[in-house]
Structures are given as structure tokens and as C-alpha cells.
Design a protein around this ligand. Structure first.
Ligand code: SF4
Length: 283
């Protein structure tokens, strides 16, 4: 299908200038390209949570599912376990993924379920008109923090590296070429692919100027080196200053949860658990 054929024709209600448009354009391009490379789009399922990001499933002519707040990771896990031949892509917002659904996100990365999670990280609750989220900078003034947030933001890249995600990347919705390339790599990666997309909320937290001046695409980085990935992840800590590296921080191939749980052969290959040695270690 062409990018035009992938559009549903549903009225788009995102604010003018919203960074979600960049993500929609990139995902549409990726899906169209993947179909040309032989992936049947009938075998692609997308799911979204609650928030402005979630409307993306309304705008794409792809099998889709709306989840409750924060529950995209368990829903995409269930879809993948029900039918391993599907390509499953979850979309979530920063409040959705790093607030309400944080433990689900961590457990999905830890299990290495073979799905892709794309986080629309605008660092504010946009749909509910401007409250701070786990990735808002310290001092953020919004409707729930009129004098400024007292909390330091989470660093999602560090979080996912430590949780065990086998593909960890950051993009910016204003750098479409890089966004297309990374999303395509994430969807074709075997294992849990995590992509944090910096997505300005034009209405409640306009970060375009800062990201346009401070983001850069990593060109000298080896994504197979975990220690280097940690170093690059700490280059920027979601504050309002510093240079922001974009691209794939880490990529590794290992057995996925779905193949381990559904393949008797693989389970047979696992070493039997020696409970006596485990208990003696605990003492
Ligand atoms: Fe986009 Fe913010 Fe408007 Fe939501 S409130 S549609 S995130 S600009």
C-alpha cells in the first residue's frame, strides 16, 4: 500500500504543530516500505494506550487495539503469544509507559518478548491539559505543579538498558529520516525493541527550539557495546541543557520470551534447574 492508502481518512484532532504528526508520517512510511519488502500488512497489529498518542491507531489502516492506561506492553505480549507470526507494534505516551504502566514496560523488556514499543515522549500529559509526567524536567510548571516540579526526570534509555531490552533507541519526531530508519530497524529486530521518541507538545510544552538545536544523530557509536551504550545514555539526562544523542544505543540478539515459552525444543535445551544449589546459595 502507498502511504496515502494507509490513511483511514478519520479526522485528525491533534493540535497544529504537534510532534505526533512526525511519528505518524514515519510509521506510515515504514509500513509502506516493509510491505514492498514482502511483509504482509494483514500480519501487522498495532496497539495504543491512553493519551494524545493513542489516536495514531485511528489514522492507520492496520489491525489495531486500544488498551487501557499503561497496559500496552501486556496487551502486545498477549497478541504475540497468541500468534507468533504477527508483527506487533505498541505505541504509548510517556505518562502511559513511564507512569501508569512502568512495571509492565520493565517486565516486557526483561522477558525480551518480540514486539516493538514506540514511546511518544512529549514529557507532559497533553490530553489532560498539561500536568507533569515522569520525564518532565525539574522545575516544570504545569497545572499540577504551578510552582514547578520538585522531581528529577527519569532517563528512559538508562532504564531500558538496565531492564534488559535488546534494542534501545532514541529519536526526535523532527528528524524524520533518522526516525524512519530506527523504527524500521526496531520492527525487524528479533526481540524487545524500545524506541523513545522526543515528541514536542506544541500546546503545553513546546520543546522544538531546544531539540532542533541540541539533538544529533550518533555516527561513531558501536551499538553492540553495552558499556558504551550506558555512557551514551548518560550524555543527556532529560534536563533542559546539553547535547542529545539520537539513534540506536544498544542492539543484541538473544532468545525471545515467545520462542522460549512456545517452543518445546528450546525449553528442552535449557539446563534443568538445580534447586539444591540455588538454596545453598541463598543461605
Ligand atoms: Fe499534541 Fe500536545 Fe496537542 Fe496533545 S495537547 S495533540 S500532544 S500538541
Amino acid at each position: 500500500m502507498s502511504t496515502e492508502q494507509l490513511a483511514t481518512g478519520a479526522e485528525n484532532t491533534w493540535c497544529k504543530g504537534c510532534g505526533n504528526f512526525g511519528i505518524l508520517a514515519a510509521v506510515t512510511q515504514v509500513l509502506s516500505d516493509l510491505e514492498k519488502q514482502g511483509i504482509d500488512l494483514h500480519n501487522v497489529v498495532i496497539a495504543s494506550g491512553i493519551g494524545c498518542h493513542a489516536k495514531i491507531v485511528d489514522y492507520l489502516k492496520i489491525n489495531s487495539f486500544y488498551c487501557i492506561h499503561g497496559r500496552v506492553p501486556p496487551v502486545v505480549t498477549g497478541i504475540k503469544l497468541a500468534n507468533r507470526s504477527l508483527k506487533v507494534i505498541g505505541f504509548a505516551g510517556d505518562g502511559d509507559a513511564y507512569g501508569e504502566g512502568l512495571s509492565h514496560l520493565i517486565m516486557s523488556a526483561k522477558r525480551n518478548i518480540d514486539v516493538t514499543m514506540i514511546i511518544h515522549n512529549n514529557r507532559v500529559y497533553g490530553l489532560t491539559t498539561g500536568q507533569f509526567t515522569p520525564t518532565s524536567p525539574k522545575g516544570f510548571k504545569g497545572r499540577s505543579t504551578p510552582r514547578g516540579s520538585l522531581e528529577a526526570p527519569l532517563n528512559p534509555i538508562l532504564l531500558m538498558l538496565s531492564a534488559g531490552a535488546t534494542f534501545v533507541a532514541r529519536c526526535y519526531s523532527g528528524k524524520i529520516e533518522n526516525l524512519v530508519e530506527v523504527i524500521k530497524a526496531g520492527i525487524t529486530h528479533k526481540g524487545f525493541a524500545f524506541i523513545d521518541v522526543l515528541q514536542p507538545c506544541f500546546t503545553f510544552f513546546n520543546t522544538y527550539g531546544f531539540y532542533n538545536s541540541n539533538t544529533y544523530v550518533m555516527e561513531d557509536h558501536d551499538p553492540t557495546d553495552f558499556k558504551k551504550a550506558l555512557e551514551r545514555a548518560m550524555e543527556w539526562n532529560m534536563t533542559e541543557e546539553g547535547k542529545i544523542p539520537l539513534g540506536i544505543f544498544y542492539r543484541q540478539e538473544k532468545d525471545t520470551f515467545d520462542e522460549l515459552i512456545l517452543s518445546g525444543k528450546k525449553l528442552d535445551q535449557l539446563a534443568p534447574l538445580d534447586i539444591t544449589s540455588v538454596l545453598s546459595r541463598e543461605r
